[in-house]
Design a binder for this molecule. Structure first.
Ligand SMILES: *Cc1c(COP(=O)(O)O)cnc(C)c1O
Length: 304
């Protein structure tokens, strides 16, 4: 049995009214480890377990690390997560809560990742947070579920960090004969690595990530994510941090679910940038979730 759940698909009255069209929510915030990432990571971990791997290693202090820890616990396979000193206590405790070991190393993700790669051996699988076809095939199941529910849509709104979710949704659309469906790719200013790639005509490295939406903080998108922008309709929307935070707070009131600003970026397209949805009648928004922000943190961001 898969490690992810089939999540609720609901027509959102508040988001439909805010944006003036029918908005459906795929509620992946309700996955047990708190985000959509378990779809792809769960599939990758099951693949590696079936191929004899005895340990999983991750270098993500965010939702990917939490998802690998969850998958390891479910599969009875030990997990080591290497994170930089900047990782929050909350993220570390969520990883430990799933029974994984956390190793803190280095000032930045690059250093933690190098240490993680040194820890690999023949029996260990390294689980990348976004740049892996096994992940994309797993993420694509969210579109299979929407199609099976017979809900029609002409656009999908999703958040982009490194582009794994984008690649998965694109694969899901393709394998269900929905090549014509547009993708609205939301990022926050200061983490807009897909918009930068589209502008430059190739993936480029951001000098720094300055957004509070740390789960969107890949400095450079996967090559595959850029390719998708060249082969199907993809519209990049960049929202500011404040719009993403406000969207999280409104979503909490409207749907009683707490999500990270990374997810708030996609919600903000419907709440605050509905003009970008003008060409569409029925919009599917991926409520991708995220477990690393608390209500107190959201309130502090909103007040600052
Ligand atoms: C990882 C993540 C994203 C971005 O996904 P990518 O595959 O890196 O583009 C968005 N939102 C949340 C909550 C995430 O955990």
């Amino acid at each position: 049995m898969a490690l992810h759940l089939e999540t609720p698909l609901i027509e959102s009255r508040p988001l439909s009214q805010a944006s003036g069209r029918s908005v459906w929510l795929k509620m992946d915030a309700l996955q047990p480890p708190g985000s959509f990432k378990i779809r792809g990571i769960g599939a990758a971990c099951e693949h590696h377990a079936a191929n004899g791997k005895r340990r999983f290693v991750s270098s993500s202090g965010g939702n990917a690390g939490i998802a690998v820890a969850y998958a390891g616990r479910r599969l009875s396979i030990p997990v080591s997560v290497f994170v930089p000193e900047t990782t929050s206590d909350r993220a570390k405790s969520l990883i430990r809560q799933e029974g994984a070991e956390v190793f803190v190393h280095g000032a930045s993700w690059q250093e933690a990742n190098e240490r993680a790669l040194q820890a690999l051996d023949a029996e260990t699988a390294f689980i990348h947070p976004f740049d892996d076809p096994l992940l994309w095939t797993g993420h694509a199941t969210m579109i299979d579920e929407v199609v099976r529910a017979e809900v029609q849509f002409d656009a999908v709104v999703l958040s982009v960090g490194g582009g794994g979710l984008l690649a998965g949704v694109s694969e899901g659309l393709d394998r269900n004969g929905l090549q014509h469906v547009s993708i609205i790719a939301a990022e926050t200013a200061g983490a807009a690595s897909l918009a930068a790639a589209v502008k430059a005509g190739t993936p480029v490295e951001l000098p720094a990530v300055t957004s509070i939406a740390t789960s969107l903080g890949a400095r450079k998108v996967a090559e595959r994510a850029f390719e998708i922008t060249q082969s199907r309709p993809v519209d990049c929307v960049v929202v500011d941090d404040r719009a993403a935070i406000d969207a999280c707070m409104r979503f909490l009131d409207d749907h009683r679910v707490l999500v990270e600003p990374a997810c708030g970026a996609a919600l903000a397209v419907a709440y605050a940038h509905a003009e970008r949805l003008a060409p569409f009648e029925r919009v599917l928004v991926i409520a991708c979730g995220g477990a690393t922000a608390t209500l107190a943190q959201l309130e502090a961001w909103q007040a600052s």
